[in-house]
Design a protein around this ligand. Structure first.
Ligand code: PEP
Ligand code: MG
Length: 324
């Protein structure tokens, strides 16, 4: 599939009506990095650091992590890599960490909640990231932030690690960006202060959709029941876009839907300017985005909403077919 899109690999993604969209890729292991060049992605929009923890049978050491992150940054050759701190719990269980028997793990003690309650691992990870960057630009993202205070406390951990590293005589990143995932509806309605302070946001569509529709992303009986192009969900995403525009907060969308061409086109049409997806999706998504006008797709979406359609999918597909 990658060859099919080879001719547009190095072409920047611009919609037919001239809107540039940044296409990034998701990764989690060193083995994913060669795809950065092959796919034509502009950077790694989501590096899931938990994969490295999940494939082992004991907690990795700081030096091992620093070594891995160094290799990731080297392989990225200056392209941006957004490292997401450990996102465990729910569907991702570490074999060597004691787990609780939780009735609703997706709503339970996971991700940043674990990190803030037991900060040792996150501190080690942050330190490994700072050492790996060794003065180079560094981007850190926290998973599953549901309210301002969690972001503020996580941010404090970063500042503490930076101060300590400086004291130890290590280089600290010349350019550091700290952002969070937006995966719970609550964060979309956080105070303006949060949107002003956070340096960027990335919508984790997999989790956000699960909580928006109250439908378990792992449960076959319900996971396909609600269309991402359902008007309620698109309106919700549109509200997040508007909030971020009002505070100039950079916003992107990672999560599987960003890699589905029609979904990606609709997300761009409602205002997303950055999408992060599995590498094999970059070509197909770029190819579709370049052929259509976002303004026209936006009009199709608005008209479908006005007609009372539950999902805009059929209307958008009809439009794409009629304007191919
Ligand atoms: C998401 O929730 O959309 C996301 C990107 O994170 P993960 O799939 O790793 O939970
Ligand atoms: Mg998630």
């Amino acid at each position: 599939a990658q060859e099919r899109y080879g001719s547009i690999r190095d072409t920047p993604c611009v919609s037919a009506d001239g809107v540039p969209i940044s296409l990034m890729m998701n990764a989690g292991l060193m083995a994913d990095l060669p795809s950065l060049e092959d796919s034509g992605a502009e950077g790694v929009g989501l590096f899931r650091t938990e994969l490295q923890f999940l494939i082992r049978n004991q907690m990795p050491r700081r030096t091992e992590l620093a070594d891995l992150y160094t290799r990731v940054l080297d392989a990225a050759k200056g392209k941006r890599v957004i490292f997401r701190t450990l996102d465990i719990g729910s569907d991702k269980v570490l074999p060597y960490m004691k787990t609780l028997d939780e009735p609703n793990p997706a709503l339970g003690w996971r991700a940043i909640r674990v990190a803030l309650d037991r900060p040792g691992v996150m501190r080690m990870q942050l330190q490994a990231l700072v050492r790996a960057a060794n003065g180079r630009p560094l981007t850190i993202m926290f998973p599953f932030i549901a309210q301002y205070e969690e972001y503020a406390r996580a941010r404090e951990e970063v500042d503490k690690v930076l101060a300590r590293e400086r004291k130890l005589g290590h280089a600290v990143p010349e350019q550091l960006e700290v952002g969070t995932m937006l995966e719970t509806p609550s964060l979309a309605y956080a105070s303006k202060r949060f949107f002003e302070e956070v340096e960027f946001l990335s919508i984790g569509g997999n989790d956000l959709k699960q909580f928006f529709f109250a439908a378990d992303r792992e449960n076959e009986l319900v996971r396909r029941r609600y269309d991402t192009l359902n008007v309620s969900f698109l309106s919700f995403i549109g509200d997040i876009v508007a909030r971020c525009e009002s505070t100039n907060t950079p916003l992107s969308f990672c999560g599987e839907d960003a890699g589905r061409p029609i979904e990606a086109l609709c997300l761009a049409a409602i205002g997303l300017r950055s999408l992060s997806m599995r590498p094999a999706s970059v070509g197909p998504v770029k190819s579709l985005l370049m052929r259509y006008s976002l303004k026209e797709v936006r009009d199709v979406i608005e008209e479908a909403k006005l007609r009372g359609e539950q999902s805009v999918r059929q209307s958008v597909m009809d439009y794409l077919r009629d304007n191919a």
